[in-house]
Design a protein around this ligand. Sequence first.
Ligand code: PLP
Length: 405
Amino acid sequence: MPHVTHLECSLTGKTYEAGVPHGLSEAGRPLLVRYDLDKVAAEISKEKLAGRTEGFWRYREMLPVELEENRVSLGEVVTPIIRFPRSETKLGSTGQLLVKDEGRLPTGSFKARGLALAVSMAKEFGIRHMAMPTNGNAGAALAAYAGAAGIRTTVFCPDDTPQVNMDEIAFQGGEVYKVNGLINDCGKIVGEGKDKVGWFDVSTLKEPYRIEGKKTMGLELAEQLGWELPDVIFYPTGGGTGLIGMWKAFDELEEMGFIGSRRPRMIAVQAEGCAPIVKAYEEGEEHAPVWENAHTAAAGIRVPVAVGDFLILRAVRASGGFAIAVPEADIFSSWAEFAKEEGFLLCPEGAATYAAYKQALSDGRVGKGDRVVLFNCATGLKYPMPEGGEFLDRTQPINYGRFAG
Ligand SMILES: *Cc1c(COP(=O)(O)O)cnc(C)c1O
């Protein structure tokens, strides 16, 4: 059974009661869920966890859903961590290059983690209608999980959202609109509709439970690596939910005595065409102003402004990590390189972490001996690839020579 004690404003520390729906704190910042971790630690052990099978719900004592009947599940799995020794050799790494492949989750992206939790909590609270702005994957996960829970969803996408995302949202029962603007413009529509329509705003970090879902990436990572965290984590950062969530997971695990105080260096990866966190990091700021004219094909990290900016920046700095922007051309070439050489289809956001890793390895910001985890956040199949294949006319004599040699 979960042991939530209260919620807490991430900026001011002001406390809020559990058991009722919440949006942002009065200070307009994300709320964090707090637990009685002594009680959790008394109830679960590493051995007990090892015997469980049900994906990230194995950590249910550290998750906020009170009643099992409110758990909305579509068959979540513990996502694999895959090692790529050939790339290690090629890049001159003497450590390890690991990819945590989040593309194996329901709806093909790690947005399933956050939305499974947000929708389960909405079910627990009796919420009937949820709305969000999305660059695609979050909307698809919302439509799927809310659909499974019988909750109505309305979703607003920027007009350059990949069509496949629009289609999967609609096909899974979400009401979806293409808006001539960016994700923050869509967010404004959702915010204004709160009073006018009465829907619940499930925007990134504007309700407390998506972080709890994303937190499970940190819990899985620790457990999968034998409770020994990696040296470095490269995370493609949009709203930063996953980076903030993992950082929270590590603190909770330490408080429970499951890990020590050593932390991975957290690297926030962005695209040069949309790098507000990198700019704030380099300028020594706590907050990141809106990035104008944001553009990158890696839609998941095309996020011009993040309410949790200071939480991302604090985690990055406290960990001894950094924020890094990669050129658009490198995202594409890294995507193609990894597909061809490793037989592994990253998503462009995952490819951005690979590009960032190569850059950091060559400029010495990451050591050759480091054990590194890259996050591949979605299946690459959701993204348009360069058109492949050639026409073959079977009615003409076939020159088999062209297939040989
Ligand atoms: C949402 C998303 C991201 C960014 O995740 P945050 O935790 O919000 O920063 C990265 N990649 C993909 C594929 C996404 O869908």
